[in-house]
Write a protein of this length. Sequence first.
Length: 227
Amino acid sequence: MNRLGIALLLAIAAMGATAGHSGTPNQVAPAFVEGKGVPAVGTNAGLTEDARAQQAIDAATAAALIGALQSRFEGYDVQLRLGDVRSERVSLRDLALHGEASLRLGHGDTWLPIRFDALYDTTEQAVLSPNIVLGATLASARPADRLPLKGLQAQVDRAMDADYLSNQVDFSLADARVVGDDGVRLVVQGDGVARFDGEERVPVTLQALYDRESGRWLDPQYALVEG
């Protein structure tokens, strides 16, 4: 079995311990998830020490990604295809991971690209709550002006109102583009501005899925851009 097959096999085996609490569609931060590599009988015989270490990283990463995506897309059948995973040591114990993967919701033929960053604990052989960005690079983006962007703006505005109860928040969407398409859902990234209490203006980045069949925006996520 190749590296990818082993990683996905171990991810499925580990899912009982990795799926976190499911949040609402407007949840900004995904639920806490933990992915761990589990030993696979008969699959690592004859592997070098480096190959076994990479296998453990792949398994933990795949499990954490699936757990995080299941918490974000409750009610959908989430399938993951792990791509390249790059690592760099940031402490005696931790590795910083950067990589690509593909996501499929349901049983279509097309996969959506995702990018992710995470920390891998070499002692526990665990990955905690990876940061996941849907879609490809901006080089392949196309305008999203034909989509119902007022609905996306309204959902992000409501999410920010819920997150900042002590402030009056008004969000305005400035630009949006399509960076992924599985034939049913579009991955949309955008930029806008949040005005707090009618004065402070803070840049905002966002991403969401638009479901063509239902006409709904799924999983809008936003982040304030620190100056």
